[in-house]
Write a protein that binds this ligand. Structure first.
Ligand code: GRG
Length: 284
C-alpha cells in the first residue's frame, strides 16, 4: 500500500542510532492498521484538488500521532494491553521505557514533518494547520479525551458526557485528518470547510460508536486487539449506556448526517462518502 511506503520513508532507518528506539518506532508504525485517518486526509484532499506530496505529509503526521496514542494507550499505566494490530504491543515486544519513548518520538516526528514539508499554499496557512494538529493531539483534544476516559472507569456517564469524551479522544484526530487534507489544496471556500468539518465530526463519533459495538460483537482474532475490554474494565460505552440496538441506530444516524454534509460537493466527495460507509460497516 502507498501509505506504508510513505511512512517507511518518513521513519528513521533502524540502522540509525539509537537503533533499538528506531526499530521500535518502525515496529509500531509499519505493517498494520486500517489507515483510516490517512485515507480520510487523501479523500478530503480530493475536494480541494490538493497536490499529493502535501497530503502524504499531513496523512503521515496524523497517522504517526495516532500510532503514538495506541502505543501509550497500551502501556500498563493505561489500558495494559498485550495485543495491537494483530501482534504483541510495543512494550511487550520491546519494553515499557522504549514504548514510552516511541510515543514521544512519533509525536515529535509528526510535527517535524508538517513543519519541514511544504503542506499549504502559504506559510500562514501552514502555521494554522500545525496549530490545528497540535490542538487535536493535546489536552483540548485526544490527550484530554484520554484523561477523561481514564477518570471515567467504573463511573456512570450520561450520553452527553460520553459524547464529550469521544469527541476529544477519537473525534479530534479524525477531524484533524479531514481538515488538514482539505487545507492542502486551495479549492475549498469557508462554507465548504464548514460542511467538511460537519462531516468529520459525524464520522468521528460514528467511528467510536462502531468501535464500542465491535468491542462487544467481534472476536479478538478479527479485531487484532483484545475484544471485550470495555466491559472487562468497567468502561462506559455507547453499548452499555444505550444498548446494542440504539447504538446501531445512532451509528446509522451519524453516518446519514455525514453523507448529507457532502451533498454540495457532488462526485468530488465520493471517496469521503465511501469512507463513511466503511466506518459504519467495518468488520474490525
Ligand atoms: C495515550 C494520549 C493518548 C491517547 C490515547 C486513541 C486513544 C487515545 C486510544 C486508543 C484506544 C482506543 C481503543 C480508542 C477507541 C477508538 C480507536 C481510536 C481505536 C483505534 O483506532 P483504529 O481502529 O486503529 O483506527 P488502527 O489500528 O486500525 O489504526
Amino acid at each position: 500500500m502507498r501509505m506504508e511506503e510513505v511512512l517507511e520513508q518518513f521513519l528513521p532507518s533502524s540502522e540509525l542510532a539509537p537503533q533499538r528506539l528506531h526499530q521500535a518506532m518502525r515496529y509500531a508504525a509499519l505493517g498494520g492498521g486500517k489507515r483510516v485517518r490517512p485515507l480520510l486526509a487523501f479523500a478530503a484532499g480530493e475536494l480541494s484538488s490538493a497536490p499529493l506530496a502535501r497530503v502524504e505529509a499531513v496523512a503521515s503526521a496524523v497517522e504517526l500521532i495516532h500510532v503514538y496514542s495506541l502505543v501509550h494507550d497500551d502501556l500498563p499505566c493505561m489500558d495494559n494491553d498485550d495485543l495491537r494490530r494483530g501482534k504483541p504491543t510495543c512494550h511487550v515486544e520491546f519494553d515499557e521505557a522504549t514504548a514510552l519513548l516511541v510515543g514521544d518520538s512519533l509525536q515529535s516526528l509528526a510535527f517535524q514533518i508538517v513543519a519541514e514539508r511544504p503542506i499549504a499554499h502559504s506559510p500562514s496557512l501552514q502555521l494554522e494547520m500545525i496549530r490545528l494538529l497540535a490542538l487535536a493531539a493535546g489536552s483540548r483534544g485526544m490527550a484530554g479525551g484520554q484523561a477523561i476516559d481514564l477518570a471515567s472507569v467504573g463511573k456512570t456517564l450520561n450520553q452527553t458526557e460520553l459524547e464529550f469524551m469521544h469527541i476529544h479522544k477519537t473525534g479530534a484526530l479524525i477531524r484533524a485528518a479531514v481538515l488538514l487534507g482539505a487545507h492542502c489544496g486551495d479549492g475549498v471556500d469557508s462554507g465548504q470547510l464548514d460542511a467538511v468539518n460537519h462531516y468529520a465530526q459525524c464520522i468521528g463519533l460514528a467511528f467510536q460508536v462502531v468501535d464500542d459495538i465491535l468491542d462487544v460483537e467481534a472476536s479478538t482474532a478479527t479485531l487484532g486487539k483484545t475484544a471485550g475490554k470495555d466491559a472487562e474494565n468497567n468502561k462506559p460505552t455507547y453499548v452499555s449506556i444505550l444498548g446494542l440496538n440504539a447504538a446501531r441506530e445512532l451509528a446509522q444516524e451519524l453516518h446519514q448526517n455525514a453523507l448529507s454534509a457532502l451533498v454540495e460537493f457532488g462526485d468530488q466527495a465520493n471517496r469521503l462518502a465511501q469512507l463513511a460507509d466503511f466506518i459504519l460497516r467495518r468488520p474490525f
